[in-house]
Design a protein around this ligand. Sequence first.
Ligand SMILES: Cc1cc2nc3c(=O)[nH]c(=O)nc-3n(C[C@H](O)[C@H](O)[C@H](O)COP(=O)(O)OP(=O)(O)OC[C@H]3O[C@@H](n4cnc5c(N)ncnc54)[C@H](O)[C@@H]3O)c2cc1C
Length: 412
Amino acid sequence: MTRVVIVGAGQAGSSAALKLRALGFSGDIILIGDEPIAPYQRPPLSKAYLLGKTTAEALLIRPVSLYRDQSIDLRPGCRVDRILPHARRIETSTGSLDYDHLVLATGARPLQLDASIGGALGNVFLLRSLEDVDRIRPAFVAGRRLLVVGGGYVGLEVAAVAAQAGLQVTLVEMADRILKRVACAETAAYFRALHARQGVRILEGTAVQRLEGSGPITWAHLSDREDLATDLVVVGIGVKPDISLASGTGLDIDNGIKVDQFGRTSVEGIWGVGDCASFPHYGERIRLESVPHAIEQAETVAANICGAQKVYVAKPWFWSDQFHVKLQIAGLNTRYDRVVVRQDSRPDVASHWYFGGERLLAVDAMNDARSYMVAKRMIEAGISPDPEAVRDPTTDLGSLLKSLAVVAVPNY
Ligand SMILES: Cc1cc2nc3c(=O)[nH]c(=O)nc-3n(C[C@H](O)[C@H](O)[C@H](O)COP(=O)(O)OP(=O)(O)OC[C@H]3O[C@@H](n4cnc5c(N)ncnc54)[C@H](O)[C@@H]3O)c2cc1C
């Protein structure tokens, strides 16, 4: 009987396993993860779960019983240490296993502050896993002084939740502005103003030079020469793809495990999906860190294991929740040369449209589901609207979409 072994029981790993069964795959499916629980959703970790508004149980992607019902052999708390590709065998913390297909869904690991500058002090936290948040929550007490390091989406979400929970929050970002790697200056300005109104202090162009404390952190020394009395630190300075298993096997690596348009790695019988893998995308090689991508790429690989020969074409979208604002992002904003701001008359409702030349590439929509939906459809269909029509808040976007219903090549 054909056996598929999946390493990494996260969003991508569980999606691959469930899709294999949905497609009628009747062989063995073994889903191995080194975390102690069944696959769960990470996005609420820096949102509702950190705020204490949802339970660990509610984070599970599917109930544990479903894996049993689908004859998926889920093995939490098990680590895969080595791959022997010639023998098509893996070695795990609980013994070795043979495979016909091996799917690597090992995700990403958070970057840490170096121990030499105090990164290993008590009350200095990373935020990637449920265990991480369970460690943070007891320290998340109203009135305490929190330093968030990193002004990307995770850092900003933590800052928002902390401010809502009554902590005194300072966020430092080493680059000259928040969201530098992922969004335009206009989106950064929107979120900077939102946080300032809610009492979060944001220091841009400011790095942590040293954290100090005997045991837990007490002071943070910043590059702007400020010394900040601090009770806890959450570090959100990005992630790196988890390639430890793959690189030890000799798989090609290029900003993650290198896979082709079908999800195949450079080694026969081994596939790569989700945060850990980079893939070809309209002439470039990219890596995405998002739930929709993890699901869709994993489902494509499941189909290909079943013999479909399906090409994976990413349709990037993402979201972030901060205070009362839902940000929805569609498309990829690399290589833009202009941003068109569509400002609604309602407070905090706006959308930022990224153009490269005449082409619509991406949108950031804040509390503006209509702009998001219309822009997403345009991007996926390869339609580029007149920027001035988009900018005009009286333009009906639905009618604009209909009038431009010309199908061209996608815009990514
Ligand atoms: C705090 C936070 C907030 C986020 N918010 C959003 C959001 O709002 N929207 C969005 O789209 N995305 C968000 N993301 C990103 C999203 O969660 C990830 O892109 C997604 O989880 C990737 O899924 P994955 O399966 O590739 O990796 P993961 O979910 O990281 O799963 C990989 C699993 O593999 C395990 N593993 C690694 N090596 C081994 C090994 N050798 N043996 C066994 N197991 C192993 C890991 O421990 C992990 O459990 C967020 C992420 C975080 C951390």
